[in-house]
Design a protein around this ligand. Structure first.
Ligand code: PLP
Ligand code: COI
Length: 330
C-alpha cells in the first residue's frame, strides 16, 4: 500500500485492552473503530489521556520491523503514572503490537517510497467522573495508519516562528505525552499555519529565554564546528528520535553532540537546524522568525547525513549495529 500524507486511515483491525476492578484484561483485536463512552468519562471531562507514536517499516527483504518500541512502552508508562492511569504490562503492549501488525500486514507500505505504518497506542479514563478525580476504568488501544511524510511539499526546509504562547509549565506535563499538551497547542499551530509557518518554536515558560521544542517535534541544531546541539530541558518530550540521533552521532558517525540549554539569542549562531520525531523523522528547517528577525539556515550536509544514517537503520537498509529494530515475525 502506498501512503502519501500523514492522515488517519481506518484499517480493518486494531488492538484493545480494558482496565476494570483494578486489573488490565487480556488484549485482543477488534474490528470496531469507534468507542462507546459515558458522557462523563475522565477523558472527556478532564482530558485523562496519554498516547505514543511509533513506526513499523517493511524492509526491502520483506521483514516487518518496528523502531525501538521498548522506549515507547517505557515512555507510555511514564505518561500513565503522571496522569493517574494504571501502567501497562510490557507483554500486553508487545502482544498488541504483534497482533496489530500481523492483522494489517498488507497495509504496511514499502519503505522504499518513504512510507511506514504509524502506530498510535493510547490509554484513557473511560469511566464516569464528576468531581475532579481519576476514572477507575481505562481503555488501551493501538491502531495503525499508513503514512508518508508529516511535513509535505517543503523540500527547501520548514519555516518556523518563535511563539509567544507557552506549551509546558515548569513541573507540568511537557515531559510526557499527555493529550492535553497537544490540545493546548492547536490554537497556536493553526495561527502559525495561517501565517505561513509549519510549526511554533516554544520557549521555556518561566523565563522565556531558552529554546524548548515545537508542538510535535524536538529541535536540533548544527553549529559552525559541526557539533550537533540540542536543548536540555525538563519540560520537553524526551524524543526517542533525538536520543537515537545523539547516540548515532557519537557512536557511529563520529559527530560531536551537546545537550544544553540554548538561548533564543543563539539562534543565529547555528548553521543548520532540523525538527526530529517519529512523525517528523528529521525535517530540515529553512528559517525561524524570532520577533522581527528572520534567521535562515542552509543545508550544509550534516542534517542530510544524519537523516540518511538514521532512516537506513529504520528501513533495514543499514546494519542494525545498535540493536534498535524489533522484528515482527510474520
Ligand atoms: N516532541 C513532541 C512534543 C512530540 O509530540 C514528539 C513526537 O512524538 C516528539 C517531540 C518526538 O518524539 P519521538 O522522537 O519519540 O517521536
Ligand atoms: C509523533 O511524532 O509520533 C507524534 O506523536 C507527533 C504528533 C504531532 C503527530
Amino acid at each position: 500500500m502506498k501512503a502519501s500524507g500523514f492522515n488517519y486511515v481506518k484499517l480493518p483491525k486494531r488492538a484493545v485492552a480494558y482496565y476494570k476492578n483494578g486489573a488490565w484484561g487480556k488484549p485482543h483485536l477488534t474490528r470496531k473503530a469507534t468507542i462507546d463512552l459515558s458522557e462523563s468519562a475522565g477523558v472527556l471531562q478532564y482530558a485523562q489521556s496519554v498516547f505514543e507514536g511509533m513506526k513499523i517499516y517493511r524492509t526491502k527483504d520483506n521483514r516487518i520491523v518496528c523502531f525501538r518500541p521498548e522506549l515507547n512502552f517505557l515512555r507510555l508508562n511514564d505518561s500513565c503514572e503522571r496522569m493517574m492511569i494504571p501502567t501497562l504490562k510490557k507483554e500486553d503492549f508487545f502482544e498488541c503490537l504483534n497482533l496489530l501488525a500481523k492483522a494489517n500486514l498488507k497495509y504496511i507500505p514499502e519503505s522504499s517510497d518513504g512510507g511506514s505504518l504509524y502506530i498510535r497506542p493510547f490509554v484513557f479514563g473511560s469511566s464516569a467522573v464528576l468531581g475532579l478525580k481519576s476514572s477507575d476504568e481505562f481503555e488501551f488501544r493501538m491502531f495503525g495508519s499508513p503514512v508518508g511524510p508529516y511535513f509535505q511539499g517543503k523540500a527547501e526546509g520548514l519555516a518556523l516562528r518563535v511563539t509567544d504562547y507557552d506549551r509546558a509549565a515548569p513541573h507540568g506535563t511537557g515531559h510526557i505525552k499527555a493529550s492535553l499538551n497537544y490540545a493546548m497547542s492547536l490554537y497556536p499551530v493553526s495561527e502559525a499555519h495561517r501565517l505561513g509557518f509549519a510549526e511554533n518554536v516554544y520557549l521555556d515558560a518561566a523565563t522565556r529565554t531558552y529554546i524548548e521544542e515545537t508542538g510535535g517535534a524536538n529541535i536540533i541544531f548544527v553549529d559552525k564546528n559541526g557539533t550537533v546541539v540540542t536543548p536540555k530541558s525538563e519540560s520537553i518530550l524526551p524524543s526517542i528520535t533525538r536520543r537515537s540521533i545523539l547516540e548515532l552521532c557519537e557512536k557511529v558517525l563520529g559527530i560531536k553532540t551537546e545537550e544544553r540549554k540554548i538561548k533564543v539569542d543563539e539562534l543565529g549562531d547555528f548553521v543548520e537546524c532540523g525538527l526530529c520525531g517519529t512523525a517528523a523523522v528529521i525535517s530540515p528547517v529553512a528559517s525561524i522568525l524570532n520577533g522581527e528577525t528572520k534567521i535562515e539556515y542552509k543545508e550544509n550536509g550534516a542534517i542530510q547525513k544524519i537523516r540518511k544514517a538514521l532512516t537506513d537503520i529504520q528501513k533495514g537498509e543499514a546494519e542494525d549495529t545498535l540493536n534498535w529494530l524489533y522484528e515482527i515475525k510474520q
